[in-house]
Design a protein around this ligand. Structure first.
Ligand code: NAP
Length: 285
């Protein structure tokens, strides 16, 4: 087994490196944009051909959801074209691909968790380009596995947990959206899920959902972050989405049904608050 992890300086990529180097050291190559720009087809081709990889885990992505409404071409290049670039020679090289997609492929006009086969209808450029990436991958390399996740955070990079901790140290009050419901997902848990999928007895192609257990609004998430971090100096107030206009539209509801993952691999998923406590412990050292 010879694994390639892309996007290895991102929050998920870094967690996956930590995980794989602890459990299966030395069999994985980690790259990011400075090593290989995945939007350059010829360079991707050459890199994959000489690398003799058995598996690619694509953690690279354009993840600035609001900026994507402006940077449409760049967002599409990374979230759709780069995926196509990896996928188009996967069959020829016998590559098994694990790709990460998003709950933002859904429009959120429902009140029950989304299964893998539910109808997609992305509301933003980010969601649209991620969906096109899924479609391209499943068309060109149908043996691939796509993991849909949402609300990712870790001690690394830009994410809600780090933003809330920073803002709470600067302000006495934070107003946080309370009518968008999803599930926070700890990138370290997702890295563990990727490891489970990579080393499972059977390879099960197609889409599989993975997120933390339970549900939360961004408001619930912010309250839990400050409680678990022991921050008492900042009050969190719930507000509706209309009071916090953003460039990109987001689904009001994007909870994912994880039954397929749990049944296929025979494992449980931690509740989001339990995972958040572990993450905050790491951040506080
Ligand atoms: N963050 C979330 O809440 C969330 C939710 C659902 C799904 N996901 C998906 O999960 C995956 C990992 O997310 P993440 O939060 O770990 O993302 P991240 O922290 O933004 O990391 C993404 C990485 O991809 C790299 N990258 C960007 N353009 C590239 C290119 N042209 N060639 C090669 N590498 C490139 C980035 O490099 P630079 O930083 O140098 O650009 C960065 O290191 C993504 O596919 C994302 O869409 C994320």
């Amino acid at each position: 087994m010879k694994i390639l992890v892309t996007g290895s300086n991102g929050q998920l990529g870094r967690e996956l490196r930590d995980r794989l180097e602890a459990s299966h050291p030395g069999i994985t190559t980690y790259i990011d944009k400075d090593d290989l720009d995945l939007t350059r087809r010829d360079e991707v081709d050459a890199f994959l051909r000489q690398g003799e990889f058995s598996h690619v885990v694509n953690c690279a992505g354009y993840t600035a959801v609001d900026r994507a409404e402006e940077e449409k071409l760049l967002c599409a290049a990374v979230n759709t074209d780069a995926v196509t670039n990896i996928a188009h020679i996967a069959d020829e090289l016998g590559l098994r691909i694990i790709h990460i997609s998003t709950d933002y492929v859904f429009d959120g006009r429902t009140y029950r968790p989304y299964s893998e086969s539910d109808k997609v209808n992305p509301l933003s450029q980010y969601g649209t380009t991620k969906r096109k990436g899924e479609t391209a991958l499943l068309g060109l390399a149908p043996e691939s596995i796509i993991i849909r996740t949402g609300w990712l955070y870790s001690p690394y990079g830009n994410n809600f947990v780090r933003t809330i901790l920073r803002l709470a140290s600067e302000r006495p009050v934070l107003k946080i959206v309370a009518d968008q419901i999803g599930t926070p997902t700890y990138a370290a848990d997702l890295a563990q899920a990727i490891e489970t999928i990579l080393f499972a007895q059977q390879w099960v192609p197609g889409i599989v959902n993975y997120a933390g257990e339970g549900v939360a609004s961004w408001y619930d998430f912010a309250v839990a972050i400050l409680r678990l971090a022991g921050v008492n100096s900042c009050k969190v107030l719930p507000i509706p989405s209309e009071d916090y206009p953003t460039a990109a539209k987001r689904p009001h509801y994007s909870v994912l049904d994880k039954t397929r993952y749990k049944v296929t691999y025979g494992v449980d998923i931690p509740h989001w608050e339990e995972s958040l406590a572990r993450c905050i412990k790491r951040i506080n050292g």
